[in-house]
Design a binder for this molecule. Sequence first.
Ligand code: PBG
Ligand code: ZN
Length: 329
Amino acid sequence: MQYDFLHRPRRLRMNSRIRDMIRENHVRLDDLIYPMFVTYEAGAQKSIASMPGCFQWGVDRIGEQCRQIEDLGIPAVILFGIPEEKDERGSQAYSESGVIPRAIEQIKKSCASLVVITDVCLCEYTSHGHCGMLEGESILNDETVELLAREAVVHAQAGCDMVAPSDMMDGRVGIIRQELDDADFAYMPIMSYSVKYSSGYYGPFRDAAESAPAFGDRRSHQMDPPNRMEAMRQAELDIDEGADIIMVKPGLPYLDILRDLRSRFDVPLAVYNVSGEYSQVKAASERGWIDEKRVVMENMTAFKRAGADLILTYHAPDVARWLNEQCEQ
Ligand code: PBG
Ligand code: ZN
């Protein structure tokens, strides 16, 4: 067959330099935030069976570990604490001598410029594993929010650079903003877990952070997976209440939500590539069923293409190494 005229998109795919020139989305070191688990246990490096390559680090070792993260060029970490004692009110979450304030102090001694973000929630600190104070089996919203605001202020006083409430209580961003302002932290940014779905993909994290609920689940506060419009409303409320950065979580199963939020709001947008997403990739690549580097970079690219500015991911050190290798070539 003879064509006078034919569209040939392959013209721009033939040469790798041309492919580089017209590439629309890029994963950068500055996009990455590395989640880390800190335990009160001195000297610890406890592996997490369902998350190969991730560890609970003793609070006395977290500084040196973060130094390595900083040396890779990763700009930020987000910290989760495993306390020595848990109680009904999660007291260790807002104790000035708790594991997170101590970790922040260590990190600030070891790292020159690493951005230290703290997860603000109660589930790692409560004896029942729920994200707030209970009355019977239900979570008391407003009482919980007060405790979360105390937790955020304690983290700020210890010297963190950003707080990230992950609890999904109503009104928590506004109250945290107000309490931070009153405590002289008007410039402490809030990255809100705004659109957090009730997901099976958090399973490995709950092993890692020892935070599985003792009974029931988190459906009374985390979002119902089928809902999309609700995600827009939820993000709008958080922005109104003063969230500086909003987040979608999990990542890969919710790329549509990420794209919707990107089109609708003009605040920086983060995505959490959660534990279960990480474990899947690790398990399949350990068996030789997929090419780990290729799949991870494809996933990271998917987040950027969907509209994320920031990616919280357990793959961050690997991604940083791969990006650094690319630069050296
Ligand atoms: C705590 C919290 C969770 C995650 C981040 N903060 C778990 C949960 O809601 O049970 C999940 C992160 C992951 O799976 O990697 N509220
Ligand atoms: Zn929680």
